[in-house]
Design a protein around this ligand. Sequence first.
Ligand code: DON
Length: 303
Amino acid sequence: MQSQQIVDAVHAKVAPLIGCGRVADYIPGLAGVDPRHFGLALATKDGAVYGAGDWQTPFSIQSVSKVFALALVLSHDSDAIWRRVGREPSGSPFNSLHQLEHDLGIPRNPFVNAGALVVVDQLLTLTGDPCLAVLDLLRAEAGNPAIGVDEQVAKSEAEHRHRNAALAHLVASYSNLTNPVDAVLDQYTAQCAIAMSCGDLARAAGLLARHGLRSNGSRFLSRSDAKRLNATMLTCGTYDGSGEFAYRVGLPAKSGVGGGILAVVPNRCTLAVWSPGLDECGNSYAGQAALDTFTTLTGWSVF
Ligand code: DON
């Protein structure tokens, strides 16, 4: 089966599920998004892109951005971040305060909100402008300089960031933030509000399918760090749904409450899917079904 036929077949198979689940409404700027959107893009490791549905429509990538922030931190120093953040699955909601206190301010992994705040803090120290560093990486790898922050979503999340502020202050109370809490929160919020299409997202993540090589062939991550990042996505990328996701799909992946999921088939391709209806863990309902269908149809999982 050719790649275009594959994405079309997946789209057709999941069509009855599009619109199922609930759109995230704890960020008012996301609450008005039409749940009937569905986009799927497949980018080969050589950069060819195939898409179905709304694959060229920009959406709020939210926590999918955490993969690129972590990749940037690892590209500077592959060890330092792991002294401040764990790499175990959380088994808890992505914004759990209770777990963070239990773990004495060392977030369980870099993809729960507390862990991502620590990654942003590290990137702030390293670059001075973490959100711009993430944008520069996304723009260069996707080949699209127009990728940017959705200012309306960023403002909305900033006005309703009480829980993330509580997480950041709790991390700081354990001396695990080095920059001012508000500076870290501002950068984290802007990063989550980056908007881009499935096509651009799949292409931007190609370095994870190429064992750490950028689109221009230069090395961005060591082979080991690319493996470790993919492994962390597999075990932690869909939060307390990670076990079920690995069972169904069998690929490293990262979800966001905007309804996006990025998945990697090492040495072959990347997939980005978007459908805003979420399950109770905050993962796209139709998006997970699409990736499940994809690996069943093609046999392209890591197992
Ligand atoms: O901080 C938040 O709550 C959101 N900006 C991101 C959370 C998220 O995307 C979790 N993913 N499923």
